[in-house]
Design a protein around this ligand. Sequence first.
Ligand code: C2E
Ligand code: MG
Ligand code: MG
Length: 750
Amino acid sequence: MNETYLKHDQQLHDEVEVQLAQATTLVPAEELLHELRVYKVELEAQNEKLRQAHVALEKSRDSYINLYEFAPIGYLTISSDGFVTEANLKAATMLGIESKKLIQRRFARLLADQDKDRWHRQFLGMKRAAEGAEQDFDLTLVRDDGSKLRAHLNCLRMNGLDESQMLRIGLVDITQLADLRIAATAFESKEGIFVTDVDNIILRVNQAFTEITSYSAEEVIGKKPQLFSSGKHDAVFYATMWDSINNTGTWQGEIWNRRKSGEVYPEHLTITAVKNKAGSITNYVASLADITMSKAAADEIQNLAFYDPLTQLPNRRLLLDRLKQALVSREHNRHTGALLFLDLDHFKTLNDTLGHDVGDLLLQQVAARLIACVREGDTVARLGGDEFVLLLQDLSEQYIEAAAQTDAIANKILAALNQPYLLGIHEYHGTSSIGATLFSDHEQEVEELLKHADIAMYQAKTAGRNALRFFDPQMQDAINTRVDLERELRKAIEQQQFQLYYQIQVDSLGHPLGAEALIRWLHPKRGLVSPSQFIPLAEETGLILPIGQWVLETACAQLKLWQQDTLTRNLTLSVNVCAKQFRQADFVTQVQETVQRHAINPMRLKLELTESLLLEHVEETIATMNALKEIGIRFSLDDFGTGYSSLQYLKRLPLYQLKIDQSFVRDIAVDSSDQAIVRTIIAMAQTLSLNVIAEGVETEEQRQLLLNNGCNTYQGYLFGRPVSIVPFEAMLKPLSQYLAFAHKNRTDCF
Ligand code: C2E
Ligand code: MG
Ligand code: MG
């Protein structure tokens, strides 16, 4: 193009020279010369303009080429017969083919097979379209190396005059965009998904997440997943989970989470850490599936595997499992456990006569009754047929006591199963036989224990059914003794085999103040039975109630007699009252009625309560005591020092007297800590303005020590053993004489 302009310049110059030559002849030379010079300047100016225009054109052409060649979009020009006639650099790189090679390639050859037809249709359409028409569509292109790219095409119909430039195609690689679209579709899957940043702040959630948790995106974005925590997992659980994510990049498992409604539900959770190229974590992606349904199905399977379908009781497998656990826990737990093997008597006959359906009904009802007889932590299992096994846990640490508890529960079961059943239209009476064995040693074998209980059960059958037998013969003896004792105790109440003994209580001068009434059982064969042998059993069986009432009656009758004699009219009588008695709803009325019936001065009656009794149901206890105090009855706190009463607590109780337990009195002369305790009790009594009495005073030395320390009232063998009324009254006089003498010769040594 430069050459063209230069040629044109030369031509102008030549023309001027020609005209100059002609001018010399026609016009005056100077004039002409002047004109020509002006003309030349004009031409030169024009020439300069043209040159500048040329430079500008060059510049714009270069920038066009730059724009076209280096555009971020691929450009292809397609001829009317479908060939590539122009391609920019981007198009060539996108397609992985040199620009030169790309030109003169049929465009359809660059397409994936599945898109060729589509292209032909579009191409024909564009061919027919008017200049300037545009069309957009996506196609898959194939590079020379066989790799594919997804491209968005923008086709522009160009001037129809130039056949080689029919279409201009703008190409954009949308492969990544397509991947993102796929990812977006995958994100909206059926599983709930949430994405957090590295600080565990929720960035995004999908629709399924909202459906599962009921939380909308707005409600959780910016919050932490702790929002869903059910509180069912401990810190160790979460620490293990994060350990796994940080070490392996992922964690999956079942977890209990909480929906917006507060409902706790099981979900299968997968957490994956997303890392950047440098390998550091940028995000966490959690996907969760609500497995409530599958959990229910799994529970159902578990149910079938571990429970008896007829009664819903644990089956043999679960029983063995629990028994194993119970034995293992024996290592750390000193409580005794018991295994009871139960077999229904004559079940086969019922099945044979009334059919299996009726038999099944019986088994179901037996199951329900058994469950009602045991505590929550115990297990009632059905081994099959009419065999049931009960696993009792947390019985007493004392073997004999545990046996007694087992005996009580087994008897409750026998009684419960003895009640009539209604099986459809049939009323049925049945009994059962139980074999029991105790365990406290974790090294015992599960199968062995079951065998022992089974053997014991057969012994119960042999013994005539409807019975309980222990595997251990010694245990059986101990239980038999208890059973006999209970039976005899009932008889004793009926036949009035009890007697009240009286143990004197004196003041520091030896004057009798009264007595403590202590019960004795005059057994026809065993002779005199001490209360420690039968009071605990009486308390357990409830027989203490009639016994206690008898004691109260007898004591009041005695007080009545004493009131009629000058020697005894001021004596008080202390009666022991146990918790079961005291807690009776009508205890106050009972006492009041008895006192009134015998017309005695209530001030002469003292009730001895123990610390353990007072520590339970405090408010109720205080109310009962106050009601009785209102009538004039006094209270002595028996065995004081063995419990845990605090000064604060004692202050609230309407007590009259503290009774120092004999265990402190026994060694008072030799044990300095006992001395300190006794001193403290006395000081405590003084602070609370309570009377104090020491029990179990056996020696003069003990009495002296107590006296020196401010305790002026005593009870013990030193003054008299518990005796029946006749010898008691006989001793009243001489005792006061002895003490008057002792008092005179006392030595101070405390
Ligand atoms: P307790 O109320 O602490 O009675 C004092 C016990 O100590 C009596 O035993 C008595 O005989 C004994 N004792 C008295 N002085 C001495 C002594 O100097 N040395 C020794 N070593 N012992 C002495 P007992 O009569 O065998 O009564 C035992 C427990 O039985 C009583 O302890 C009381 O808790 C209970 N008890 C007795 N009679 C009854 C009653 O009628 N009803 C109730 N619920 N319990 C009673
Ligand atoms: Mg007492
Ligand atoms: Mg006592």
